[in-house]
Design a protein around this ligand. Sequence first.
Ligand code: FAD
Length: 266
Amino acid sequence: MVGLKAALALKQAGLEKITVVVTSPRLLTRQLDDRAAAMVERELAGRGIDFIYNARVSAFLPGPAGNLAAVLLEDGRELPCGLAVVAKGVRPNAALVAEAGGRVGRGILVDEYLCTSLPDVYAAGDCIQVTDRLTGEKVNSALWTLAFEQGRHAATNMLGLRRPYPAPLTRLNSARFGAVDVVSVGRLEGEEVLAEYDALQRTYRRLVFHGHRLAGFILAGRVEGAGIYTALVKSGRPAWGYRHQMLQGRVGSVFLQTFLSGTISF
Ligand SMILES: Cc1cc2nc3c(=O)[nH]c(=O)nc-3n(C[C@H](O)[C@H](O)[C@H](O)COP(=O)(O)OP(=O)(O)OC[C@H]3O[C@@H](n4cnc5c(N)ncnc54)[C@H](O)[C@@H]3O)c2cc1C
């Protein structure tokens, strides 16, 4: 996401030729499905950004003055360039705790009170490992909203008020690429997947159900009501009965019904 935002910003700043090199066969494989990714690609391509898929960078090649002259791909292709932006995921720096003898996995390991394995040492934010609420996967926390919540929880616990930090929803992405807004939350796949694409309106909605629960969704083009879909995912309560309204984007009535019935709260 950050790489695409950088590409768009550089284009808007007046750079003429911008090429995005992508390791996978399409954009945003961890955040979007084929349809939503194609909408983003079309928007960015329409703004003059080129894409090379299934490719890896193997070297940055210097020019005679030592400045960057080209990027070399593993397949031997050379892309002449004067500027390269590397956007390749997040790796927490947990060295401080590890060197002090604290436990580290995909980040600093903390208990439910955000205390590390070192007595009286708490940790929060990008540097810690968390368990995803939906998938149970151990992942590193890498969102501002989570860092903020965790900071509050850690501070509360440091003050001696015991407040456990609930397993967070770690897959929560929202971005605007030119005229295309996208929001992607929770699982991309599940027991039941419903999707609707309106080519005329350039709107796409994908709902992923696990049992009767909404386990994830993608909105692209128009993203109104994303907060209501997100609240339904977070609540873990049955939402299958609202599937038609949600698929058509009629979430106002879903909000009223679910809020009044106590299924979701804000
Ligand atoms: C380009 C970019 C775009 C992003 N976009 C989004 C987005 O759209 N939405 C979203 O939710 N998240 C986004 N994120 C992620 C978000 O910025 C982070 O999740 C959030 O900032 C994490 O907060 P933090 O306090 O854990 O870490 P940081 O914000 O990284 O703060 C850590 C601080 O600790 C300091 N520090 C490090 N080591 C030491 C030390 N030994 N002693 C003292 N201080 C130290 C650092 O200097 C830094 O100031 C983005 C991140 C990047 C890089």
